[in-house]
Design a protein around this ligand. Structure first.
Ligand SMILES: Cc1ncc(COP(=O)(O)O)c(C=O)c1O
Length: 396
């Protein structure tokens, strides 16, 4: 076990660890007491001073959070915008690309997040363009070589969900980046399940756009997301709408900001962003490599346990695995497994087809149970979850 983290201390600073067991960090994790305090303190300040008046002193702190989140992914502060959700962030960047025309192609990974896919499919259908799936390797991960052979002058975008929502796969996002860079094609990464869980370095990934919500493995508040736009890529994205901060009218002319804040609403919630800032600093202090190592040990232990249970099948694809452990129980739908575990105060997720339609359909799955592990989880929780699943599976 990795001893570099004082897990008991970290758990004692997390109110949610006191009640039940949380294995839904890929849905939304548990914030720390200091993250909550940052939010409450600022809301109190707004309530006493007046929200607009409190904001006068908030901009320096907001820029500190921007610098910290940028540092977490190897970006520059001016390449980061704060938005309200992962999907909003992704949609803001996608809709800012030049309009598709008939015959255009968009290439996506097989585990593309359903919301991104819906946005692309809808835009493609209206334009007479196509969304095509990049082939996978034998282990189910993206085949960068297969992608290279699909590239032609009609490809307008490559989009990859790096760590899918429906299992432990970690796609080789950097290999995809090498292909897109060589071809000069825009490359978007959905890093929703990566942020706070595995190291992220946008330069080595070779992406133009990357986004992630703050509430998952990073343990930030709901209602926060970061959108990274590579500085040199910025001029190729024209926001679909502006506000008085992202594109003020100066002397009768619209001046769109030349940093990522061209996508940020002036009316963001400083309280939530400050909470995100605390979560980010906490993750950086603990060290993402240390976090990753502990998650890996715990998740692999859980996989081993589940594999030994009759009627339970671990469904994770790939070779390099994340903290998302997906499984099915023979003849019991995942939603029922989730409900049975919830009855024992154990929270897990259950995904249907809409989260990852291409992958679920390709694998003939209609539901998947998803136990996602954080560094906050313990070996004894892993044992108790495994026993509970074994008990449920006995009824199968
Ligand atoms: C990989 C991935 N992308 C996108 C999303 C959606 O993010 P949001 O709910 O913040 O819009 C999720 C949510 O679980 C996800 O797992």
């Amino acid at each position: 076990m990795n001893d570099a983290l004082d897990v008991e201390q970290l758990r004692s600073e997390t109110p949610g660890c006191a009640d039940g067991m949380h294995f839904n960090h890929s849905g939304a994790s548990l914030p720390s007491r200091s993250t909550l305090a940052a939010i409450w303190d600022y809301l109190r300040k707004e309530a006493t001073e007046g929200p607009m008046e409190a904001a006068n002193g908030a901009s320096t702190l907001l820029e500190e959070v921007r610098a910290d989140t940028a540092a977490l992914i190897g970006a520059k502060p001016n390449e980061i915008a704060f938005l309200g959700s992962g999907s909003t962030a992704w949609g803001a960047a996608f809709s800012a690309l030049p309009s598709l025309v008939a015959g255009d192609r968009i290439l996506v990974g097989r585990q593309e997040w359903g919301g991104n896919l819906a946005t692309m499919q809808d835009a493609a259908a209206r334009a007479g363009a196509r969304v095509e799936t990049i082939p996978v390797r034998d282990d189910g991960s993206i085949d960068a070589g297969g992608l290279a052979s699909m590239i032609d002058e009609r490809v307008r975008l490559v989009s990859l969900t790096w760590l899918p929502a429906n299992g432990g796969l970690i796609n080789d996002a950097a290999a995809v980046g090498r292909v897109t860079k060589a071809a000069g094609i825009p490359y978007f990464i959905d890093a929703g399940q990566a942020l706070g869980q595995i190291p992220i370095d946008v330069a080595s990934l070779g992406c133009d756009v990357l986004k992630a919500a703050g509430r998952k493995f990073l343990r930030g508040p709901r209602g926060t997301a970061i959108l990274y736009i590579r500085q040199e890529f910025m001029p190729r994205l024209t926001p679909r709408y502006l506000d008085v901060l992202s594109g003020p009218i100066v002397d009768g002319v619209v001046k769109i900001r030349n940093d990522a804040r061209r996508f940020e609403a002036g009316e963001i919630s400083p309280a939530l962003i400050f909470g995100l800032g605390i979560a980010t600093r906490q993750a950086r202090t603990l060290g993402i490599a240390v976090i990753r190592k502990r998650i890996n040990t715990l998740a692999n232990g859980l996989r081993d346990n589940l594999r030994s249970i009759p009627n339970v099948m671990v469904r994770d694809l790939g070779t390099e695995l994340s903290g998302i452990v997906s499984f099915t129980v023979e003849s019991i739908p995942a939603t029922e497994v989730r409900a049975a575990l919830a009855g024992r105060q154990i929270a897990i997720g259950a995904n249907g087809v809409p989260y990852t339609p291409l992958d679920m359909v390709a694998r003939g799955l209609d539901q998947i149970a998803r136990a996602s592990v954080s560094y906050l989880n313990t070996l004894s929780e892993i044992a108790r979850l495994s026993e509970a699943v074994a008990d449920i599976a006995r009824r199968a």
